[in-house]
Design a protein around this ligand. Structure first.
Ligand SMILES: Nc1ncnc2c1ncn2[C@@H]1O[C@H](COP(=O)(O)OP(=O)(O)OP(=O)(O)O)[C@@H](O)[C@H]1O
Length: 241
């Protein structure tokens, strides 16, 4: 099992923002976490990537507990955060080599790893372009390539296509599609078509709780609704608990 959550919770003072999340995600699964603004998605991802300490409950990634063995968990995961983590004044190639070096590659290994990622992400033409001059879509692509250069077993993508135009989103989907089965991906998104097109399973969060879990087809038949959007709206209405 890649991810095992048991009653995982996070509170800020009195406010419970993640409420007893229990969930299993298999290795190689592409999992989409959906929910309205403030539902608790980013907080969940931060706990799983050892950036936030849970208030209670348990989170185990690939057999290691995020609270008691964060150093081991961190070696096996990577995150492409909402605010892309690229160095604006470095070129595409330099950004990739820089991250590879941080993860322990020597100069030659870093060069090779960067080349491999640029090939996979079709970034070779832009190798010498400074990151700050890339469009939003290309910056997201670089950010995901940087997250993958450490060869993580679990990759967290927090709203990877936020603000991208239709074509850039589709192109990024094609890239993400290639990761299926190779890396466990946990993605948060507000685009329901993105979840439906990419994810093996979908979880819908509302006010910190997991309201529904399953494949898009399972959710549709369970809820007796034809569209994921209708399901989402009915599960995330104000006052629904
Ligand atoms: N440091 C903090 N202190 C207090 N409350 C916080 C803190 N961080 C987040 N919250 C609250 O926790 C709740 C969940 O936030 P979170 O960012 O996890 O939601 P989200 O589902 O990722 O939303 P979005 O779709 O807008 O990114 C929100 O109500 C937010 O205001």
């Amino acid at each position: 099992m890649a991810v095992l959550l048991k009653n995982l919770s996070k509170s800020y003072k009195e406010k419970v923002v993640v409420d007893q999340l229990t969930l299993e995600i298999k290795q190689g699964e592409f999992f989409a976490l959906l929910g309205s603004n403030g539902a608790g998605k980013t907080t969940t991802i931060k706990m799983l990537s050892c950036l936030l300490t849970p208030t209670s409950g348990e989170a185990v990634l690939l057999g290691d507990n995020v609270v008691t063995s964060p150093h081991i968990v961190k070696q096996k995961i990577n995150v492409s955060p909402q605010e892309t983590a690229i160095a604006p004044n470095l070129t595409v190639k330099e950004n990739l080599e820089f991250v590879a070096r941080i993860y322990g590659a020597n100069k030659e290994q870093a060069r090779q790893l960067a080349k491999n990622m640029m090939e996979q992400f079709r970034l070779l033409d832009k190798a010498k372009t400074k990151a700050k001059t890339l469009s939003g879509g290309w910056q997201r692509r670089l950010s995901i390539a940087m997250a993958l250069i450490s060869n993580p077993k679990v990759l967290f993508l927090d709203e990877p296509t936020l603000g991208l135009d239709v074509r850039a989103r589709r192109e990024l989907w094609n890239i993400l599609e290639q990761l299926k089965g190779k890396v466990t991906v946990i993605l948060t998104t507000h685009y329901l078509d993105e979840a439906e097109s990419l994810a093996d399973r979908i979880g819908i969060m509302h006010q910190g709780k997991l309201q529904a879990l399953g494949t898009a087809n399972e959710l549709k038949s369970e809820m007796e609704m034809d569209s994921l959007e209708d399901i989402f709206l009915s599960l995330t209405e104000e006052g629904v608990k």
